[in-house]
Design a binder for this molecule. Structure first.
Ligand SMILES: [Zn+2]
Length: 186
């Protein structure tokens, strides 16, 4: 899965989470919080790929990505459920000590979770139970990551589905139906 598709997946998880938990009802007062939340979701959705210098985020921090890649390889511990839990718990504790608002760690954790689940549907899957087991788990059918100079047929289908789902959740969040009703009926 390419970085952009990971971010589209992160966006979907973020939108689903805020409509599920009814966070940031859309109003100008909530705009900053919602903005910060989504920036962190987009960052978290790239974070597990810091384990390879070939990724968008890893390329920006070679001093971190190269050692991680040489030591552990790509799609290992950072693509496990344990990493998702550690990110969430660390974020929660740091937030508690430094008095960050809850949506800071929530945003990063949701992004990381979306990455691991996204890669579950791509290529060789992910080692969900690393370090207990090195076995990689994947969905019944998986898409193939679009490589440079390739059409990337299966990833493009996934991108199409993500755009439809994102639009639906965005309209739900913004409550477009009610707004239209009010607009039409005055
Ligand atoms: Zn990955």
């Amino acid at each position: 899965m390419t970085a952009s598709t990971h971010q589209l997946t992160g966006l979907l998880f973020g939108l689903a989470a805020i409509s599920l938990f009814q966070l940031f009802p859309p109003s100008f007062g909530n705009l900053t919080e919602a903005g910060v939340f989504f920036v962190l979701v987009l960052f978290g959705s790239l974070l597990p790929d810091m384990d390879t210098p070939k990724s968008r985020l890893g390329a920006k921090v070679p001093l971190i990505s190269y050692p991680l890649f040489w030591l552990f390889g790509h799609r290992t511990w950072s693509h496990s459920l344990l990493f998702v839990i550690i990110t969430a718990v660390t974020g929660f504790l740091v937030g508690l000590v430094l008095h960050f608002p809850y949506y800071i760690s929530l945003g990063i954790s949701i992004g990381v979770l979306s990455h691991v689940i996204g890669d579950y549907f791509f290529d060789g899957g992910v080692p969900l139970f690393h370090p207990l087991s090195k076995r990689r788990y994947k969905f019944l059918i998986t898409a193939k990551t679009r490589r440079p100079n390739s059409i990337g047929f299966s990833e493009n289908i996934v991108v199409g589905i993500l755009i439809v789902l994102n639009s639906w959740f965005l309209m739900r969040w913004l409550d477009v139906e009610t707004s239209l009703f009010v607009l039409i009926n005055g």
